[in-house]
Design a protein around this ligand. Structure first.
Ligand SMILES: *[C@@H]1O[C@H](CO)[C@@H](O)[C@H](O)[C@H]1NC(C)=O
Ligand SMILES: *[C@@H]1O[C@H](CO)[C@@H](O)[C@H](O)[C@H]1NC(C)=O
Length: 432
């Protein structure tokens, strides 16, 4: 039941994602909830076929095991690393052996940042070695580190109000966790805002709803014209403690050392595979994930899951197509026909792309297809928990996405669609 529920949650979500030009003759945004509900219900049989294959059939555990093998073999795959290139070569082989079409690698330049050694030690009011993780693209400190007094703030507004106190200090942000999109602004812009008011470095409370003294890394962005200062995340626990110390009037001093370094952009590849199909070979559904991962984890969740779910979607559709070839079609409504005339949903027009973070339009699309990602399907489960049961669920959603091409093939119109067309050398006039 769980699978069914989540599958349909995924599909509903996809419905709301389709923006831009009308997908049907009548504008999708004007369709009633009842109509959408009925349309989703009409996919019961095709959903069941995919679920049976992914959950109980020959594809049982397949994607989980494929992903487990890659992350166990390669480990973390930071952008610009040898292990990422190894992962790409393995994926290329995998996709070829899976019998997919047009499997190829496309050269792409990607950022190359290395963390190096890092540490933060509180010297006053007591000695305390803190867990930190430098943020992607941060510069390092001088070898002797930066030793400075701390200014603790809980918001950018407070930083503005207390701007004169920030000069020459290490700004510690102890922003409350609201939700990811709001709170992550502190991680992304914390260094720039601190540098604008003359701080020497910034330490940011990890963007997390829950902590077991666990710092989180992620990207941060410098701004032209603003001095670059080193920046790292600290744990929720240390941010809270420093807030308490500051409110008691304690002077806090930290020595921060970071060996982080930015290197010139590295050469890498997007990995592309397709099922071209015969009915609408000119149309494309793009599903993707990024293969690179942060250096401090294994990248099973972010975004090995996204990449392997996308691959599995193609595998499932290929398997179902094999069934069709034997004469057992997957019945459903073909929404290319406005009358909703029952027709076969075939494996047409699905292209699958995975790549590195730097392949911006693709990477964004991959992670932007939120319902392909377990954390979004199951918001109550911790994001780090990439479970065996979630994999087939999200694979099913992804396969549904591919099969429902009448609805989704045109989801990327406008400038984004144009960028993707250029990126993948698709002829003009093709709806993506
Ligand atoms: C899939 O994994 C489950 C849980 O580990 C196991 O019970 C089951 O036998 C596996 N199925 C196959 C086909 O390997
Ligand atoms: C996150 O919180 C902000 C501020 O409360 C709110 O405006 C925004 O809609 C929330 N975003 C999500 C995705 O819930």
């Amino acid at each position: 039941m769980e699978f069914l529920l989540f599958t349909f949650v995924g599909v509903v979500h996809l419905l709301s994602l389709s923006s831009g030009k009308p997908i049907y003759k009548n504008d999708i945004s004007r369709r009633t909830f009842q109509e959408i509900k009925e349309e989703i219900a009409s996919y019961r049989d095709v959903a069941k076929a995919i679920i049976d294959l992914a959950v109980y059939g020959k594809a049982q555990n397949r994607s989980y095991e494929r992903l487990a093998l890659l992350v166990d073999t390669v480990g973390p795959r930071p952008s610009g690393s040898r292990s990422l290139e190894k992962a790409i070569q393995i994926m290329y082989q995998n996709l070829r052996e899976d019998g997919l079409e047009n499997v190829h690698l496309e050269p792409v330049k990607i950022p190359h940042w290395e963390r190096g050694e890092e540490s933060a030690v509180m010297l006053e009011p007591r000695i305390h070695r803190m867990a930190i993780l430098g943020l992607g693209s941060s510069i390092g400190t001088p070898p002797e580190g930066i030793t400075a007094e701390v200014l603790v703030v809980t918001s950018f507004e407070e930083l503005q109000r207390r701007a004169p106190e920030a000069r020459g200090k290490i700004v510690v942000y102890n922003q409350p966790y609201v939700n990811y999109s709001t709170t992550v602004q502190y991680r992304v812009q914390g260094a720039v805002e601190a540098a604008k008011v003359g701080a020497l470095a910034s330490l940011i409370r990890s963007v997390a709803s829950f902590s077991i003294y666990s710092p989180h890394t992620g990207i941060q962005e410098y701004q032209d014209g603003v001095p670059k200062i080193p920046t790292a995340c600290i744990t929720v626990e240390d941010a809270e403690m420093m807030s308490r110390m500051a409110s008691r009037g304690n002077r806090i001093v930290i020595q921060l050392k970071m060996g982080a370094k930015n290197y010139p952009d590295a050469d890498s590849f997007n990995t592309v595979a397709e099922i071209i199909g015969s009915k609408y070979p000119e149309q494309v559904v793009l599903v993707s994930g990024h293969l690179d991962s942060w250096d401090v984890g294994q990248g099973a969740m972010d975004d090995g899951g996204g990449a392997f779910i996308s691959w599995e979607a193609l595998s499932l559709i290929k398997d179902l197509d094999g069934t069709e070839a034997e004469g057992t079609s997957v019945p459903a409504h073909d929404h290319a026909n406005p009358g909703g005339r029952p027709a076969e949903l075939r494996t047409d027009s699905l292209r699958w792309v995975t790549g590195t973070r730097r392949a911006a339009p693709v990477g964004e699309l991959g992670t932007g297809l939120a319902s392909l990602r377990p954390a979004h399907l199951c918001p109550r489960r911790p994001a780090a928990h990439f479970s065996r049961s979630l994999v087939p669920t999200t694979c099913v959603s992804a396969a549904m996405l591919g099969l429902r091409q009448g609805l989704l093939t045109r989801f990327a119109h406008g400038p984004r669609g144009a960028r993707i067309r250029r990126r993948f050398s698709l002829p003009a006039g093709i709806s993506i």
